[in-house]
Ligand binder design. Structure first.
Ligand code: NAD
Length: 375
């Protein structure tokens, strides 16, 4: 049985999401980490390889360029198959372009690039390369999110009228000095044109699109920078209009004091509605026009095959963020290994869409909360 091998860019000592990628990618035994360029500092890259990942020094590279060149000199049975990009946003594009040029498949964290031009360029490159590209919108991997998506596709909610999505955090309610994660997220040179809308609003947009299948046509954004001196918005509300007439609101904040990762989605149809939140991710509340309220639970009777396929444990054992993240990897690795023709993971198209959304939020807000069509 072949196991895929991957290299990580980013994920050095003190970082957040790199180690999460490692756990998620390895969870189902389909892939293993073999190398990395874990930091822009070569010594730190070596230290990270040893202390976090237990990798041999010769597979800890001083730069992503060196990693791609050196890995391509290795015999195929040792060489990595794909690259995972877990760096701040401004590096996604150069690392992804170089990885594709070197012939490696790519898993990239969101947002896919620094701006829309880069995202479109990357899309052309991915399509021309014939290589696989996954974007880790990990919330799509929750069993009850898969459940909700399939129910909507099957028409169980009827015609969708309204969507409410909230992603509220409070960790940036004050200026955070000496915090690595806060530092680049509030810097337009490294984060991009948006603050909280690039960081977590992009997840909200993707979740809405994934679950409802609705096409976002236009939006109106009211965004605010509450913390004095901060250069990017840390809060905002966006009105949404979808093709076919459905309306929605996406409310995003990183100054909602006390909120941790309060991601919540409600979809209202003319026959039923659903409600899901990450704090109780194993439950999906369904309210019917002509029947009692239901609470569906992952792994329990009444769930659909899409939900069951994303469930690893018997009901009641909490599955969460890491397992949902691993679901993106399971789908991606199965695709690469040939076990599935189905590209059922977010990819470059979702990345471009996400950048269109982020750019449109900024354009709308700069025009004084004008309605703008997504380009
Ligand atoms: P972080 O600051 O904690 O980590 C970034 C890492 O990149 C650090 O180890 C840093 O040393 C490394 N790095 C910087 N420049 C580098 C270079 N030139 N070569 C190699 N490594 C380099 O940031 P984070 O919170 O882990 O976020 C990283 C990315 O992941 C961002 O794009 C962010 O939007 C995304 N993210 C996604 C999720 C999710 O749920 N999918 C959650 C958090 C972060």
């Amino acid at each position: 049985m072949r196991k895929l091998k991957f290299g990580l860019v980013g994920g050095g000592i003190g970082s957040f999401i790199g180690p999460v990628h490692r756990i998620a990618a390895e969870m189902d035994g389909l892939a293993t980490l073999v190398c990395g360029a874990f930091s822009s500092d070569p010594e730190r890259s070596k230290d990270s390889a040893q202390s976090i990942y237990r990798l041999p020094q010769e597979r800890a590279y001083a730069s992503f360029e060196a990693m791609f060149a050196q890995e391509n000199l290795l015999p195929v049975e040792q060489r990595m198959d794909f690259v995972v990009i877990a760096t701040p946003n401004h590096l996604h594009y150069p690392v992804a372009m170089a990885a594709l040029d070197a012939g490696f498949h790519v898993v990239c964290d969101k947002p896919v690039a620094f701006d829309l031009d880069q995202a479109l360029e990357l899309q052309r490159k991915v399509e021309a390369s014939g290589l696989a590209f996954a974007l880790t919108h990990n919330y799509t991997g929750y069993p009850m999110i898969r459940q909700a998506r399939a129910m909507i596709e099957e028409g169980k909610l009827g015609s969708i009228r309204r969507v409410n999505c909230e992603y509220l955090q409070g960790w940036l309610a004050q200026p955070l000095l000496d915090n690595k994660q806060a530092d680049w997220r509030t810097d337009p040179q490294r984060a991009g044109a948006a603050g909280c809308f690039g960081d977590i609003g992009s997840h909200g947009e993707n979740l809405i699109s994934y679950v409802t299948g609705l096409h976002l046509e236009s939006l109106c954004a009211d965004i605010t920078t509450f913390v004095p001196g901060r250069q990017l918005e840390d809060d905002g509300n966006v009105l949404l209009r979808f093709a076919g007439g459905a309306k929605g609101i996406l409310s995003v904040s990183q100054i909602a004091l006390g909120k941790e990762n309060d991601l919540r989605l409600q979809v209202f149809g003319d026959r039923a509605s659903i409600e899901w939140c990450q704090d109780d991710a194993n439950s999906l509340v369904v309210r019917h026009a002509d029947g009692p309220m239901q609470v569906l639970r992952s792994g329990w009777a009444g769930t659909n095959p899409h939900s069951i396929a994303a469930t690893r444990l018997p009901p009641g054992h909490p599955e969460g963020y890491l397992e949902a993240f691993a679901e993106v990897y399971r789908n991606f690795c199965n695709h690469l290994l040939g076990g599935s023709d189905n590209v059922n993971y977010p990819g470059i198209a979702e990345g471009v869409r996400g950048m269109q959304f982020i750019q449109s939020v900024v354009n709308s807000a700069q025009a004084g909360a004008q309605w703008v069509r997504l380009t």
